[in-house]
Design a protein around this ligand. Structure first.
Ligand code: HEM
Length: 408
């Protein structure tokens, strides 16, 4: 029996088996996402066993209604741990722990961070510029897009330089197993990789917490161990709230930067506009986020009884997958949504989430991307994409390699 059959007296729900996260369509998922949106704002997926919410409006409705749609009990607990309260709790534990870090992510703190990010960028750019000038093609995914966010979040967390490689490897590894879309065998295999990564990261972070209790600094670990909100929470639980910051601040920003540099390579007129007027960079980066966003789906669960949405009835406990990548191309919100247009009417897109759980690091990521593009285009105003790239599929989507060469 399918979800479709169980929909009691309500009109039949649209049902799909479209594989929106398949490798085969990863380079261009947009025609399939348009087909999915055409089925309705809320569609049951037979294979994934969850509802897919497809339009900007319906996604915002779910994300701003904590009474009926919760993060609690979703796959996020498998990814980050059931005590990673910032991501996995909708109540006071979410607010109090999120507030511990809020100061570090405020505009004033980030403005102070700009020169440090610019220095990290200079360090990474120097060898890239040299190689390009020698006539080489350079994969800037490996040499810029990945290392920059790792260094920035590493610095914010106070990770020692010599540990950065291990720590970021564990942070990426811990989300290996968490896809709801994998078959059971594959999920189990990946889960064991993830569990090992989590254990290594926890052991390292518990050591840092002990160190920062004795010797406080101005990093996020010090903020957490000295916070009132952390009193009474065991270290092995607190650590989950640090672990999630490392993943959240790294892979996502790396993929956004990769999208940004591929896009400005593919649209030389836009790139020249940004070189001539760098004040456009923030808005242009936002348009890349709308057009090619890294976090393609996020999860919620129905709570508090059945809920009616988009003409269908969702049952208590049903899994709901919000397809941000579809919402960002919704023609009901954006004129000609498949066109990349840095001058389109300013409207917040879904790339950083919405509501209670919207991205804590949103301003950090924006500052990082702005500093990166400004510094990069100053030194490398003209470049071409020198090798084809392919995209990882929708849940965490981004291009690789990002191989560039000097123009001409
Ligand atoms: C381009 C880069 C980034 C993207 C696309 C991104 C995307 C997102 C999205 C879509 C959510 C909402 C998740 C949900 O509602 O279930 C989120 C939440 C979150 N992000 Fe980001 N993020 C980025 C960078 C960062 C950075 C740099 C950090 C900082 C360290 C960060 C930390 C977090 C945290 C802690 C949450 C959970 C917030 C909460 O549940 O209250 N993110 N992010």
């Amino acid at each position: 029996m399918t979800k479709h059959d169980t929909a009691a007296a309500a009109p039949p729900a649209p049902v799909t088996t479209l594989d929106i996260i398949g490798e085969a369509i990863a380079d261009d998922p947009y025609p399939m996402l348009a087909e999915l949106r055409g089925l309705g704002p809320v569609v049951w997926h037979e294979g994934y066993g969850s509802w897919l919410v497809t339009t900007d409006r319906a996604i915002r409705k779910v994300l701003t209604d904590q009474a009926r749609f919760t993060v609690e009990g979703t796959v996020l607990e498998d990814l980050f741990g059931s005590n990673a309260f910032i991501s996995t709790d909708d109540r006071h534990r979410h607010d109090s722990l999120r507030n511990v870090f809020a100061e570090a992510f405020r505009q004033a703190s980030l403005d102070r961070l700009r020169p440090r990010i610019a220095a990290m960028l200079d360090d990474l750019l120097a060898p890239i510029v040299e190689r390009l000038q020698d006539g080489e093609s350079v994969n800037i995914d490996e040499t810029l897009c990945r290392p920059l966010p790792a260094r920035v979040i590493g610095a914010l967390m106070g990770v020692e330089d010599e540990m950065l490689g291990d720590v970021m490897g564990w942070a990426d590894g811990m989300v290996e197993g968490g896809s709801v879309y994998l078959d059971k065998q594959e999920a189990e295999k990946r889960m064991s990789v993830a569990e090992n990564a989590k254990a290594s990261l926890s052991a390292y972070l518990i050591g840092r917490m002990e160190y920062r209790r004795a010797s406080p600094g101005d990093d996020l670990v010090s903020m957490l161990v000295s916070a009132e909100a952390a009193r009474g929470i065991a270290d092995e639980h607190l650590v989950e709230n640090l672990r999630q910051l490392l993943f959240a601040g790294n892979e996502t920003t790396a993929k956004w930067l990769a999208n940004i540099f591929i896009t400005y390579g593919e649209f030389p007129d836009v790139r020249r506009e940004l070189v001539a007027d760098p004040s456009l960079i923030m808005a242009a980066n936002d348009e890349v986020m709308r057009w090619q966003n890294p976090i393609g789906t996020i999860m919620r669960k129905v709570r508090g009884g059945p809920v009616e949405m988009g003409g269908v009835t969702l049952a208590e406990g049903d899994a709901v997958s919000l397809v941000l990548t579809s919402g960002n191309r919704d023609p009901a919100r954006y004129v000609d949504p498949d066109r990349f247009d840095i001058h389109r009417e300013t409207k917040p897109n879904l790339g950083f989430g919405v509501g209670l759980h919207n991205c804590l690091g949103l301003m950090l990521a924006k500052v990082e991307a702005e500093v990166a593009v400004r510094g990069f285009l100053c030194r490398i105003p003209d470049y071409v994409i020198a090798a084809p790239c392919h995209y990882s599929p929708v849940p965490v989507r981004g291009p690789s390699p990002v191989t560039i060469a000097l123009e001409g």
